[in-house]
Write a protein that binds this ligand. Structure first.
Ligand SMILES: C[S@@+](CC[C@H](N)C(=O)[O-])C[C@H]1O[C@@H](n2cnc3c(N)ncnc32)[C@H](O)[C@@H]1O
Length: 188
């Protein structure tokens, strides 16, 4: 059954926002970049965080939420919560340059890869991260082979779209470190 948050359909696990709270407790972000807005429930959550903590919020989607057959992120919500919704393909040169420039601007940045090709998004935008920035991907699992690698209590995400081997080269190249992975494993 779909999760509803702020009367908007959410594509996240019901505990996700509480895990973001843990991330926010440990990191004061100046900017959040969400790739993949969909109905915008997580975007609204980020928007509220942005208002309270003075953090700029950008959300990108190739489709306009208005084309979705449900309640959606309206321009009025974006205006009230100072959400920058940008409609476009994140792999187009114009939008990918915009995202790289945003990451490169001053301040601590969180990049959430939740669009149509999380592996490509992660590998592309990880290269622009600054020291202290955080990048994450939805539907991530360290290793999607459940037989060899399941540890007791580990929950395999319903739809694994990205695993560590997909991003290892970028992680090595950019000196990425794991951060709160135990928390996010349960909601991946
Ligand atoms: C899994 S949904 C996002 C869910 C949303 N973050 C949430 O938590 O509810 C993925 C979204 O990525 C968008 N998308 C797919 N390919 C894209 C692309 N190349 N550029 C931008 N958005 C894309 C889709 O239109 C879809 O709305």
């Amino acid at each position: 059954m779909a999760q509803i948050l702020f009367d908007l359909e959410s594509m996240q696990h019901e505990k996700t926002i509480f895990n973001f709270e843990k991330l926010f407790e440990q990191n004061k972000f100046d900017m959040i970049i969400e790739i993949g807005t969909a109905w915008g429930s997580l975007t609204v959550f980020f928007g509220v965080y942005g208002i309270i903590k003075h953090c700029a919020i950008y959300s990108f989607d190739i489709a306009h939420p208005q084309t979705l057959p449900r309640a959606y992120l309206t321009q009025e919500i974006c205006d009230k919560l100072a959400i920058n919704f940008i409609c476009g393909d994140v792999f187009s040169s114009e939008i990918s340059e915009k995202i790289k420039n945003l990451i490169n601007s001053n301040g601590k940045c969180l990049v959430l890869c939740d669009g149509g090709d999380k592996i490509r998004e992660f590998n592309l935008f990880a290269l622009s991260l600054k020291c202290g920035d955080v990048i994450m991907a939805h539907d991530y699992c360290y290793d999607k082979n459940p037989v060899k690698n399941m540890t007791p209590g580990h929950i395999l995400p319903q739809y694994v779209e990205i695993q560590y081997s997909d991003i290892k080269d970028a992680a090595d190249k950019c000196n990425l470190e794991f951060h709160l992975n135990d928390n996010f494993d349960e909601v991946a």
